[in-house]
Design a protein around this ligand. Structure first.
Ligand code: TXA
Ligand code: MG
Length: 347
């Protein structure tokens, strides 16, 4: 399949009238699948009402069919066509964070969406992205768009159109290139079907920000306990994995450098994932700085590009620094732990 690349400037007015957006929207209306930027990561969109389109999404990504998709909208009124009722707390969250990196799980009206999009569940995850290209495309298509991250299953989520092209060229109808995304980690997923809403996936909106608006929220215990089944089916898969064993180390730079040296003495090629502040400290085969530790949002923004960069290197082992688990640090550490899949080395 030919994969078209449509380049658009996200800053122009009236994007939905641009020929690139109109052509991409036409593909979506004929149940083809198209990748597009959001403020978090690129999504792979398809008509959420069509089994045919949704199957193409799963096929292109190699995604397991039991992992439901997020439905993206451009206008709040759209929720009423497929959501039973919007509880008060969900309303407050929409007021405060939409458009934005918050996905809300609600009970769906049966028959309104493809059952394949929601993996047969009674609930549906919905979000309004804060990105002019995403909003223009959804509006021009006139459809709710089911869209997972536009990567091959298991790979890091894409934060540029080039990442999408690396993974999905030849597998999808097109890519709308609107530049690099901003937040860099996926949306926060919150289940609002319970009285006390539950965070199923930490992301661009922090727990602290949510609690400021609706009071107490809980966090799915499975996020911390590997023996429990996560409530978001997608959270059970290992994700974002670099090609070499990737160890997170809770220790000083000197302690990490000592580990690096031991492995180099054994003749291994060693990588270190650090931040700008510490980059010059390390002596390893490959040292990559992922943003600035003092500004955790820059670490989130650069995270997946950094993981992809390690995959272009031929390394035997990678060590990574850990980050404080407050604010967006929760999402960063969640993704890093998934990328590692190994116990943290505690120094
Ligand atoms: O930032 C984002 O959320 C990006 C952009 C493209 O919007 N999308 C994204 O989608 O990350 P995806 O498919 O990679 O992750 C969706 C997560 C999965 O863990 C999935 O299992 C969970 O949301 N999910 C979706 N619907 C659900 C439901 N009804 N109940 C529980 N979890 C659900
Ligand atoms: Mg994903």
């Amino acid at each position: 399949m030919e994969t078209k690349m449509w380049t658009v400037d996200k800053n122009v007015d009236n994007l939905k009238t641009y020929p690139q957006i109109i052509e991409a929207a036409r593909k979506l209306r004929s149940n083809e699948v198209v990748a597009f930027p959001t403020e978090t990561v690129y999504g792979l969109g398809g008509n959420a009402k069509s089994d045919d389109a949704v199957l193409k999404i799963f096929e292109a990504k190699g995604r397991p069919g039991d992992n439901p998709l997020i439905v993206h909208i451009s206008d709040r009124e759209q929720v009423h066509s497929f959501i039973k009722a919007v509880p008060e707390k969900a309303k407050s969250l929409m007021d405060a964070f939409w458009p934005g990196p918050l996905t809300i799980i609600l009970e769906q009206k049966s028959g309104a969406l493809s059952e394949k999009a929601t993996a047969g569940l009674q609930t549906v995850a919905v979000r309004m992205p804060d990105h002019p290209v995403a909003l223009a495309l959804i509006e021009a298509s006139g459809l709710p768009l089911a869209a997972p991250s536009a990567n091959l299953s298991g790979k890091p989520s894409p934060t540029t159109a080039a990442h999408v092209a690396d993974d999905l060229t030849g597998r999808i109808a097109g890519i709308v290139d609107g530049g690099a995304t901003g937040v860099g980690v996926e949306s926060t997923v919150i289940d609002c079907t319970a009285e006390v809403p539950v965070i199923l996936r930490p992301g661009g909106v922090t727990r602290e920000q949510l609690e400021e608006v609706i009071g107490e929220v809980s966090v799915d215990p499975a996020l911390k306990d590997a023996d429990q089944a996560p409530k978001a089916p997608g959270m059970k898969y290992r994700h974002y994995a670099p090609n070499a064993p990737f160890y997170l180390v809770n220790g000083t730079s000197a302690q990490i450098q000592q580990l690096v040296q031991e492995k180099r003495n054994e003749g291994l090629k060693v990588g270190v994932m650090t931040t700008l502040e510490n980059k010059d400290f390390y002596d390893a085969n490959v040292v990559i700085a992922c943003g600035e530790r003092s500004k955790l949002e820059t670490v989130a923004g650069a995270l997946y590009d950094t993981l992809r960069a390690f995959n272009r290197e031929d390394l035997d082992i990678i060590y990574g620094e850990v980050f404080p688990e407050h604010g967006v640090g929760q999402a960063v550490m969640n993704r890093l732990s998934k990328a590692s899949g190994l116990p943290i080395i505690d120094k």
